[in-house]
Design a protein around this ligand. Structure first.
Ligand SMILES: Cc1cc2nc3c(=O)[nH]c(=O)nc-3n(C[C@H](O)[C@H](O)[C@H](O)COP(=O)(O)O)c2cc1C
Ligand code: SF4
Length: 646
């Protein structure tokens, strides 16, 4: 047992009580409200020890925006669907709040917002009548949540949603009617709603109290506004955000590993001083130890956690039992949770292949036939396949040619801002040992070892490595001059090959490794030119805002040359071509070139044995380099398929 004095103690909220101080933050899975998928997903988090679950963005009023969020609470159907999820979570012992949102452009006041494609221009201030209607919807929506059996609501007035727009009218358009400031709007909603619901029903409010960076309210003003709203006596719980307005500051709303932990706590602590109700800290609080510390220091009374519980729904229970080495930590890449969601796919996770797929049943259901399994390749996919197979009762050997497990994750984890990624390798090392997997390091598999190995099933996860010849999707032939000794790949640099003083890093993968190598070398005092074919670094991560966080870390340290292709390398001179002007220029006095242009799959072993062995699975980057969560899902599916055709 671990020594948590505060985190697992109940919290009195108004006339109600939360079982502990861990709140599962609202997050849209894109599964319909009340569906089996949503219920399986959220139940797992409740059973894992989160005392309170906030159901994701739920429309309080009709919205003309894109269909998100899909669920509503202003129709009978919406109430009935919500009740299904609420009832299931109550059975699991959790308290349930429903987050109420309306996009800035609601039906009564159609306006552009960040969630509408092609929306440009400034929002029109809602008329008094439009606002009256919206507020009526909110009041009724709060009452409807009680009808759905929920323990409370989370009225969301942050992050650019409608109530936030109204709350910070300096930022989004001043008004001169009776609703002159957002305090009046929100105070009126909660006061009227309070009269409609039972005294035990929790009215929580999520406020963004600092937008000075964007020209909005200052922290002092935000704290004062929070105090004024709380003085109505209608609010029981405050969730405190700071900054993070989407789109402008989305990289803080979904804080990646580049962003400091607990980034909103300065604001939360300030609000807590000013109000006499419990306050909840949020954003990048990803361990129970940190949560305990924040509560102990008096910065908050409870924490709201999202991605830590996506990555490991059992985290609270494991921490409580002192099983820290078993906690699968969130690595803060944002790719499979928010990145998938925002591009229209159901929630997933780069380190937890079960996240979002709980409804498929126990991934470790015992295999019908126990087999002797060989997994080749100890990267993320190989480790996951070996783990699932072993947990299902197979006898598993994992062969890795390197001296340690991790594969491509080790490359990433060695780079600035990405160190958290090493956690998942450590987690698998521990779990593979516990699951009894035999691990053979420094062991290269050959077609002969496979054919004579006597294994019943083979999983080939031999990965991908950076091309040495500079081939990319933008230039399909090798770059002339790539054979020179001063032309390296990221793996070469990390392996310690000599790098000169003036380095050019050429990235065409639109990911973080090229920029990360550039940043690392700049940190070592090198003069670094970073060239990308695209207009920005890490473009593939734009949907989840990680490109922005990476840009802030990398670009101040390097000479950045966007929109450019490298055409040739001759001794110490590079010929480059601007993508738009097509002008060709030269970069002189280059000591070292690092090519991060593409990662061809290493599938030779698979091709050599696929027709000769009985049960062969090819997974991971060897099959197709792509986002980690897809690899993980394929890997776990391979582990599930062995000994049972699914
Ligand atoms: C997939 C996904 C969906 C989200 N959907 C919502 C949502 O519906 N409403 C909301 O207020 N926040 C939403 N968020 C933001 C989270 O509630 C949380 O504020 C954010 O992830 C930062 O907290 P964390 O560092 O604990 O993950 C979402 C986050 C993710 C990853
Ligand atoms: S996808 Fe990445 S950021 Fe999101 S929960 Fe999983 S590990 Fe965390």
């Amino acid at each position: 047992m671990s020594d948590f004095q505060y985190l697992f103690s109940p919290l009195k909220v108004g006339k109600n009580e939360l079982p502990n101080r861990i709140i599962c933050a609202p997050h849209n899975t894109l599964y319909p409200r009340g569906s089996d998928q949503e219920i399986f997903y959220l139940r797992r988090r409740a059973e894992g020890g989160a005392g309170t679950i906030i159901l994701a963005s739920t429309k309080a009023a009709p919205s003309i925006d894109r269909p998100l969020p899909p669920q509503n609470i202003f129709t009978d159907e919406g109430i009935a669907d919500t009740k299904k999820t609420v009832d299931a979570l109550h059975e699991a012992g959790a308290k349930v709040l429903v987050e109420l949102t309306v996009m800035p452009g609601w039906e009564g006041n159609p306006q552009p917002s960040h969630d509408m494609p092609y929306a440009t221009g400034t929002m029109r201030t809602a008329t008094t009548e439009e606002l009256d209607e919206l507020m009526d919807y909110y009041v009724q929506a709060i009452a409807n949540c009680e009808k759905a059996g929920a323990d409370g609501v989370d009225v969301y007035a942050a992050c650019g949603f409608a109530l936030h727009v109204l709350f910070d009218n300096r930022l989004f358009g001043e008004r001169d009617d009776k609703y002159g400031d957002g305090v009046a709007v929100i105070s009126d909603i909660v006061t009227r709603a309070r009269a409609l619901v039972s005294p035990e029903f929790i009215i929580a409010l999520d406020l963004n109290v600092d937008e000075e960076f964007l020209g909005g309210i200052t922290l002092d003003e935000g704290v004062e506004a929070a105090r004024a709203i709380c003085s109505t006596g209608a609010v029981d719980l405050l969730i405190v955000d700071a900054q993070q307005v989407k789109n402008q500051e989305g990289y803080l709303h979904y804080p990646s590993s580049y962003v400091p932990q607990a980034l909103s706590m300065y604001a939360c602590a300030a609000v807590r001083e000013a109000v006499d109700i419990p306050v909840v800290g949020t954003h990048h609080i990803n361990t129970c130890e940190l949560a305990e510390q924040l509560i102990q220091e008096g910065q908050c009374d409870a924490v709201s956690m999202c991605r830590a519980l996506i990555a490991d729904p059992e985290m609270p229970n494991k921490a409580k039992r002192g099983e820290n080495e078993d906690i699968r930590g969130c690595i803060g890449d944002c790719e499979a949770c928010f990145g998938r969601f925002i591009t229209g796919f159901q929630v997933g996770c780069s380190v937890n292949p079960d996240a979002g797929f709980e409804y498929l049943g126990d991934p470790f259901a015992p295999a019908e036939t126990k087999k002797k399994v060989l997994v080749v390749g100890g990267g993320l996919s190989g480790m996951e396949a070996a783990y699932t197979a072993a947990m299902r009762g197979h006898t598993v050997t994992l062969m890795e040619k390197d001296s340690r497990l991790g594969g491509y994750v080790n490359v990433q984890a060695a780079l600035p801002g990405l160190g958290d990624r090493g956690d998942i390798v450590r987690w698998y090392e521990t779990q593979l040992a516990k699951a009894g997997v035999e691990i053979l390091l420094n062991t290269e598999a050959t077609p002969e070892t496979l054919k004579s190995g006597g294994f019943d099933a083979h999983v080939l996860a031999t990965g991908a490595i950076f091309a040495k010849n500079g081939i990319s999707e933008h230039y399909l032939l090798p770059i002339p001059g790539h054979e020179a000794d001063n032309v390296l790949t990221p793996e070469d640099v990390l392996a310690g090959k000599e790098v000169g003083e003036h380095v050019v890093v050429y990235d065409c993968t639109n990911y973080l490794v090229g920029p990360g190598i550039a940043e690392m070398l700049a940190d070592q005092g090198k003069q670094v030119d970073l060239i990308t074919y695209e207009a920005q670094i890490a473009k593939s991560l734009e949907p989840c805002y990680v490109n922005r966080a990476a840009s802030m870390a990398v670009l101040p340290k390097v000479n950045y040359i966007p929109d450019t292709a490298v055409l040739g390398i001759e001794a110490n001179t590079l010929t480059v071509r601007n993508r738009y002007t097509l002008d060709e220029t030269e970069i002189d006095s280059v000591d070292t070139v690092v090519l991060a242009t593409s990662r061809p799959p290493q599938d030779q072993l698979y091709l050599a044995v696929k027709d000769d062995l009985a049960e062969v699975y090819e997974i991971g980057d060897a099959r197709c380099p792509q986002m980690a969560s897809m690899q993980m899902f394929a890997a776990t599916q391979a582990g599930r398929a062995i000994g049972k055709q699914l």
